[in-house]
Design a protein around this ligand. Structure first.
Ligand SMILES: Cc1cc2nc3c(=O)[nH]c(=O)nc-3n(C[C@H](O)[C@H](O)[C@H](O)COP(=O)(O)OP(=O)(O)OC[C@H]3O[C@@H](n4cnc5c(N)ncnc54)[C@H](O)[C@@H]3O)c2cc1C
Length: 419
């Protein structure tokens, strides 16, 4: 049997994408490697989810539950405990290799595939942290999983490196569970987390944030367990400044040093990749450079808000359904280019072969801007502009405008003009 749409990953993204494709009357199969749907939401027991989609504040599992109910009521086929290990394409069909303890190795064929495989955490090795290699240095997401899903405390005296949202949320979580959280160090001069998380997770509990600081030494005791860490202030080139050392005796160091989209399944497909997002380049239909292959959620770009994951993935699911109805779509695309003060932009292409009314663009800034104007140019013509205040790299921005009158011959450039 050839499936119409196969969705890989059953987190917020895969759920929204598969519901949307199914609502367009397509045959949909979702594959998830864990024994339940929901993805990372299942371990995020704090609130802060759903304000945009549901106009209410839910915890992660509550938010997931809403979508799982919708998924089930739409009778969508689903394989749990099943991992996709290989994705290839032969002519117009995708060949998907799966493995599960129940069925062993299996292969299925599909007309289109949506990648919703989420992201993974950067580890100590990726930032070349000096010092010993003791037990007790762990990524913040793993610590969250141990604590919230398995009931294990990973430490009693804790320090956190990195002020992204997971680091901030884990600082509060460990504090509430009775651990002493001695501080959060951030190498940048600003936090990478949402402003509300700095207030609600650090300031409310008097947990110090050391900006422009990093860990420069890790010490183990005789049992190879973490004994202490040293942090140091860094200069503008991130070089540690002498005589700024502060030593903390801790038994756990949680690393919240970045998330990277998981696109390992694209290895055999020769997909065009963006070095800025570290994921596939897409057009406005979330379609990669491989026709019929779509990508969304954290495997496309690391999101700060799940609501944006759901909205984006719904559009990707609808696009996959549209693709099935018109497989031989003509490609006519222009590039969307990162201009001044833009860290990255998605989509990277606008494809006139797709018939959308509006172009939704998401982007992040390279720096904090108190006041700015978002401008989009095609050649010398200014085709969109909007004032924005308080733009920070930690918060994803979105703009949307109609594109039917744009030239099909010239690229467009997005920039942020500082005011
Ligand atoms: C600690 C933390 C706190 C957050 N706090 C907030 C918050 O307060 N508010 C908010 O709005 N958002 C928050 N977010 C963001 C939001 O939760 C995520 O952006 C969103 O849930 C990601 O959904 P996803 O489906 O893209 O990825 P995931 O949830 O990671 O789902 C990916 C799924 O794919 C599966 N998978 C991967 N590879 C394969 C494979 N090869 N075969 C089969 N299955 C596979 C995985 O098992 C997983 O279930 C937080 C995120 C984190 C990590």
């Amino acid at each position: 049997m050839i499936r119409e749409v196969v969705v890989i990953g059953g987190g917020a993204s895969g759920l929204a994408a598969s519901i949307a494709a199914k609502k367009r009357n397509k045959d949909v199969l979702l594959i998830e490697r864990e024994n339940e749907l929901g993805g990372i939401l299942n371990q995020c027991i704090h609130n802060g989810f759903g304000l945009e989609v549901f106009k209410e504040e839910y915890t992660g599992p509550e938010y997931a539950y809403k979508f799982i109910q919708d998924f089930k009521s739409n009778n969508i086929d689903c394989m749990l405990n099943t991992t996709v290990i290989k994705l290839e394409k032969e002519k117009d069909l995708f060949i998907i290799t799966l493995t599960s303890s129940k069925a062993g190795l299996e292969t299925i064929k599909a007309k289109s595939v949506i990648i919703s495989s989420g992201c993974y955490e950067r580890t100590r090795g990726q930032i070349s942290m000096p010092g010993d290699r003791p037990i007790g240095v762990i990524t913040a997401g793993s610590a969250q999983r141990y604590l919230n899903m398995n009931g294990y405390m990973v430490g009693k005296k804790v320090f956190i490196l990195g002020s992204g949202d997971i680091g901030l949320i884990m600082a509060r979580r460990m504090h509430l569970e009775g651990a002493e959280v001695l501080g959060v160090a951030e190498i940048m001069a600003y936090s990478n987390g949402l402003n509300r998380n700095i207030v609600q997770c650090l300031n409310d509990f008097d947990i110090p944030l050391f900006l422009s600081h990093t860990v420069t030494n890790v010490e183990a005791d005789e049992f190879k367990r973490l004994k202490a860490i040293t942090i140091q202030q860094v200069d503008e080139s991130f070089i540690p400044i002498v005589n700024t050392e502060k030593r903390f005796e801790v038994d756990a160091l949680l690393l919240s040093i970045g998330l990277i989209p998981d696109i390992t399944l694209l290895d055999d497909l020769n997909v065009e990749v963006d070095s800025r997002t570290k994921s596939a380049k897409i057009n406005q239909a979330y379609e990669t450079s491989v026709s019929g292959l779509f990508i969304c959620g954290n495997s496309l770009q690391v999101h700060d808000l799940v609501d944006n994951v759901s909205k984006e993935s719904q559009r990707a699911g609808e696009a996959a359904a549209d693709f099935i109805e018109n497989i031989n779509r003509e490609k006519k695309q222009i590039n969307i280019i990162n201009g001044k003060n833009i860290l990255y932009v998605t989509p990277q292409h606008l494809d006139f072969g797709w018939n959308h009314k509006d172009l939704n663009i998401t982007f992040r800034s390279t720096k904090k801007l108190e006041k700015a104007v978002v401008k989009v140019y095609q050649g010398d013509s200014l085709i969109y502009q909007k004032r924005r205040s308080f733009i920070v790299p930690a918060e994803m921005e979105t703009i949307s405008f109609a594109y039917k009158d744009l030239s099909k011959e010239q690229d467009i450039v997005l920039e942020l003009e500082e005011m």
